[in-house]
Design a protein around this ligand. Structure first.
Ligand code: GUN
Length: 284
């Protein structure tokens, strides 16, 4: 079997077209959606992500503001900027690109963002609402994965879903969303004893560990849906996922590539959350 490849660029383009229309409607009503992005330090991957987020905003008509700080910035300066953005009616979404330099308490910074503008869904209040099955903002990457599954008409009810990775950004919110969709969910992580035993039981396998090509074809159930959230840079500069695409595609029924799979969907859902936030603000 050779898997169908789930193209995140194609689905993103479709979704962004309708987001562009919604952004234009809101702008016409005097509420142009606005996103502020904060980047601290010179992490090259973060710089690329932030550039892509700003470019995507421009393409759908979302106003964007970028605030860059050097790596040695005292945390209070960033907290002051967040406070100003919380109070700014032109800004509906605030995103602090992670990771932050070591002098920062990441939780403190994420909690400083108004929960009503937390389009990343990282604020404790928004994580709690998601855990209760009543989300305000869903973290962009897991949200994008759910949209991809839904666009393919994949029902999760009663399915065995296995999430590899337990990060706050992906693994945990992904798990909550899959439970909410009535899958039976197993979460694996670095201390899991026999990873392949679990992954081979998965009808839907989500890899979010940050280890290049660690999930190989022999670890996948024939016919499984394989979602690769990893974005790893190889020594030759090429990008690859957490899944060994070449061997996995011979076993899976559906697979997301890297690049061009989940990555573009993450940015699309950030735009969706920002526009949704503007929509809520305009209804107030
Ligand atoms: N760093 C890696 N992924 C993300 C993300 O989705 N949002 C933010 N803010 N930082 C990240």
């Amino acid at each position: 079997m050779t898997a169908k490849i789930l193209d995140g660029n194609v689905l993103s383009a479709k979704l962004r077209e309708s987001l562009r229309h919604r952004a234009a409607e809101l702008a016409a009503q005097g509420c142009r959606p606005g996103l502020a992005v904060i980047l601290v330090g010179e992490n090259p991957a973060s710089q690329v992500y932030v550039r892509n987020k700003i470019k995507a905003c421009e393409a759908v008509g979302v106003h964007s503001e970028k605030y860059e700080f050097p790596a040695d910035t005292p945390p209070q300066q960033v907290l002051d900027r967040i406070a100003a953005l919380n109070a700014d009616p032109a800004i509906h979404g605030i995103l602090v690109q992670l990771p932050l330099p070591p002098q920062f308490d990441e939780d403190e910074v994420l909690e400083a963002v108004s929960a009503e503008k937390d389009v990343d869904g990282f604020h404790a209040e928004n994580v709690g609402l998601l855990a209760q099955g009543n989300p305000r903002f869903i973290s962009c990457t897991p949200y994008g994965v759910m949209e991809m599954l839904s666009a393919e008409g994949i029902s999760l009810r009663g399915k065995e879903a296995v999430v590899v990775g337990r990060s706050n950004i992906v693994g945990k919110p992904m798990t909550l969303l899959l439970i909410g969709a009535s899958a039976t969910v197993t979460v694996c992580h670095s201390q899991t004893k026999d990873l392949a035993f679990h992954t081979r039981r998965a009808d839907v396998l989500v890899a979010a560990v940050g280890k290049p090509k660690m999930i190989t074809g022999d670890m996948i159930q024939p016919g499984a849906v394989v979602i690769d959230v990893g974005i790893n840079r190889l020594p030759d500069g090429k990008l690859c996922g957490d899944v060994d695409f070449e061997s996995a595609k011979e076993v899976a029924s559906l697979i997301t590539p890297v690049p061009g799979g989940v990555g573009p969907m993450t940015i699309t859902m950030l735009l969706a959350n920002t526009i949704e936030s503007a929509d809520r603000a305009s209804a107030k």
